[in-house]
Design a binder for this molecule. Structure first.
Ligand code: GFB
Length: 332
């Protein structure tokens, strides 16, 4: 991949795709191809085929997906499996047909077994039952990985798959019904602080442990793998550190400046007990995460206040249609 290569970033407006686009531009890549969801619906096979046969990109970052937090995954189960299967099947197959030199497919660490030994090594995939709340999403993502590997074996393509841990950063979704944990707590703590509320509600017991990676680190890793990794096997991308939901919620409240109570709603699911990835494979290749968690949360909160929070004074749940609040379809 060189600065003149034609690169298609699928899902360039989402959390991941926008970070990859920023990283590519920072590194001098100028021949980027993007399409908004309105311009190209990736669930429509014939449209995707036409786009690829016309544009003929050299490289593809497949960052388009139907994504969301634990509630969205568990509620829109049919949409999550259908849309992800459609989008990834259309893009991967069209990329092969159009002669794309290399494609990066992004999975997620929630596709490892629910009771996976920790930290989760790449070889633990498909060794046990999945976490029920995100099974449809996980099955779709696993299908995408196997599809890339199968195309490599049968057609000689170079389609690689990486598994990022839980991500956060600018362009995240802050809608409380569909968002992931970190943006949800930022939005809740900010609203409580600005409205002088005494408490915020955090779902579950606070006991699950999560690892978080700033999306700009993920984008750097994505470019690194596009340049340096040509293997069939999946590869983890993470920070290699974890904390409990309780510790993380307290850290977010500290950054936001909310000093009230944190109340745990135990009627809500905890999801996977732990999800720490083993990052030794990517570390050995020469990539390491750089952005410390607290620094990353500060940057994300600043971005949220600047772009989103001030425009939605009513309630944090009724999100307006700003770039940050397009809900779970953001990346598609
Ligand atoms: O980020 P999150 O929604 O997804 O939830 P997962 C992480 C943890 O935060 C769970 C707790 O234990 C939740 O119970 N939590 C506490 C909250 N308060 C909140 C809140 O207000 N909102 C949310 N969303 N969570 C997802 C998968 O799992 O991970 C996806 O469902 C995806 O498929 C993603 O792969 C990376 O980390 O549990």
């Amino acid at each position: 991949m060189n600065t003149k290569s034609k690169i298609y970033v699928a899902g360039h407006r989402g959390l991941v795709g926008s970070a990859i686009t920023r990283a590519l531009l920072r590194e001098g890549y100028r021949n980027l191809v993007t399409r908004t969801h309105k311009e190209l619906d990736l669930t429509r096979q014939s449209k995707v085929e036409k786009f690829f046969s016309t544009e003929k990109p050299d490289y593809v970052f497949l960052a388009a997906a139907r994504v969301g937090g634990i509630f969205a995954n568990n509620t829109y189960r049919g949409d999550f499996i259908r849309e992800n299967l459609e989008v990834q099947t259309n893009v991967i197959d069209s990329a092969y047909r159009a002669g794309v030199k290399k494609l990066l497919f992004l999975g997620s660490t929630c596709i490892y077994p629910r009771e996976c030994p920790q930290p989760m090594k790449e070889e633990y995939l498909l060794t046990g039952p999945l976490e029920p709340t995100n099974e449809p999403y996980a099955v779709a993502k696993i299908a995408g990985i196997i599809m890339c590997q199968s195309y490599n074996r049968q057609y000689g393509t170079n389609f690689i798959s990486a598994l990022p841990t839980n991500l956060y950063g600018p362009e995240d979704n802050f809608d409380l019904k569909t968002s992931h944990f970190l943006p949800a707590i930022i939005a809740k703590a900010h609203e409580a602080k600005t409205r002088n509320k005494k408490e915020i509600i955090v779902w579950g017991t606070g006991r699950p442990r999560r690892e978080f990676l700033h999306v700009d680190d993920l984008a750097e890793a994505g470019l690194f793998l596009m340049k340096n990794y040509n293997q069939d096997e999946i590869i983890n991308i993470g920070a290699g550190k974890e904390a409990t939901i309780k510790e993380l919620a307290e850290l977010v409240c500290e950054v936001v400046g909310f000093r009230g109570r944190i109340v745990y709603d135990r009627t809500k699911p905890d999801g996977m007990p732990r999800k720490l990835v083993d990052v030794s494979r990517i570390n050995k290749l020469g990539w390491k995460a750089k952005i410390a968690l607290k620094e990353g949360i500060v940057l994300t909160y600043q971005w949220y206040v600047k772009t989103t929070a001030d425009r939605r004074p009513q309630t944090a749940v009724k999100a307006k249609k700003t770039t940050a609040n397009r809900g779970p379809q953001t990346a598609v």
